[in-house]
Ligand binder design. Structure first.
Ligand SMILES: [Zn+2]
Length: 253
């Protein structure tokens, strides 16, 4: 009998502590050697685009990758090259421990990130902010920086063996930026065919209006696009974001 009471008590305590902690919306993943090879391969194929647009792209050192880079520029990459790359990454480059510091740093910010996700009150908008049950945060040591997949709810985030991230010391800044990208992608960006600089301005303004108090480092990027600024002065203005974007895009026609 005492045992049953004790068990009930333990369950109750667990239940209360879980609901206080709240739901965990993010899962951080360390890539396998083959995951990284696949991503390096995609990056290599896009090298002409990255160089043309002055992107800083991280790739493993060594003659093989240098060779594949020049092959990409002349359109000579083959399936055999991909196989060689996979072996090279597996045998000579990949080290799971290179990801641990970045992994832990994101883990330390989980509570903050979950709080921000909880604070995005979708019922407050006249448009649909797309939310995922769980966001997959995938780490990589390569490529041009962060990216997001609005169909999967996944984020690829660049880290380094010492635990650094691009643009910000605290990875929560980039993670919430990408989560907002995925939220607005369908109902705002694709619907009104919003061009890249305006898209970034909208996402940055959204993050800034909602979270500047808890993310003091967050910066709005300057891409020379300011058309949304007069419409977004307070958090409340985000309610009609769709109407504002529709109006701006309509003025161009
Ligand atoms: Zn962005």
């Amino acid at each position: 009998m005492r045992c049953a009471t004790f068990n009930i008590l333990v369950c109750l305590i667990l239940f209360i502590s879980c609901s206080v902690k709240g739901q965990d919306y993010i899962k951080v993943n360390i890539p396998t050697a083959d995951d990284e090879s696949a991503y390096i391969w995609t990056t290599l194929q896009d090298i002409p685009f990255f160089e043309k647009n002055n992107y800083q792209v991280n790739l493993p050192a060594g003659t093989l990758v240098a060779d594949l880079k020049s092959k990409s520029k002349t359109g000579e990459l083959s399936d055999d090259d991909y196989e060689r790359l996979k072996i090279f990454i597996r045998d000579s480059i990949y080290n799971r421990s290179d990801y641990l510091k970045g992994y832990e740093k994101i883990g330390d910010e989980k509570a903050l990130i979950n709080t921000m996700i909880n604070k995005i009150d979708r019922s407050n908008f006249n448009w649909d902010f797309k939310r995922f049950e769980t966001y997959q945060i995938n780490l990589t040591l390569y490529g041009p920086g962060g990216s997001y997949d609005p169909d999967e709810g996944s984020i690829l985030i660049f880290t380094a063996p010492e635990g650094q991230f691009k643009n910000y010391d605290n990875p929560a800044n980039t993670i919430i930026h990408e989560i907002v990208h995925m939220g607005v992608e369908e109902s705002i960006i694709q619907k009104y065919k919003v061009p890249h600089p305006l898209k970034e301005r909208i996402v940055d303004s959204f993050v800034f209006l909602n979270f500047s108090a808890i993310l003091p480092e967050y910066r709005i990027q300057d891409m020379g696009e300011f058309r949304i600024d007069p419409y977004l002065k307070t958090k409340e203005d985000l309610k009609k974001l769709d109407k504002f974007v529709e109006q701006i895009m309509g003025e161009n026609r």
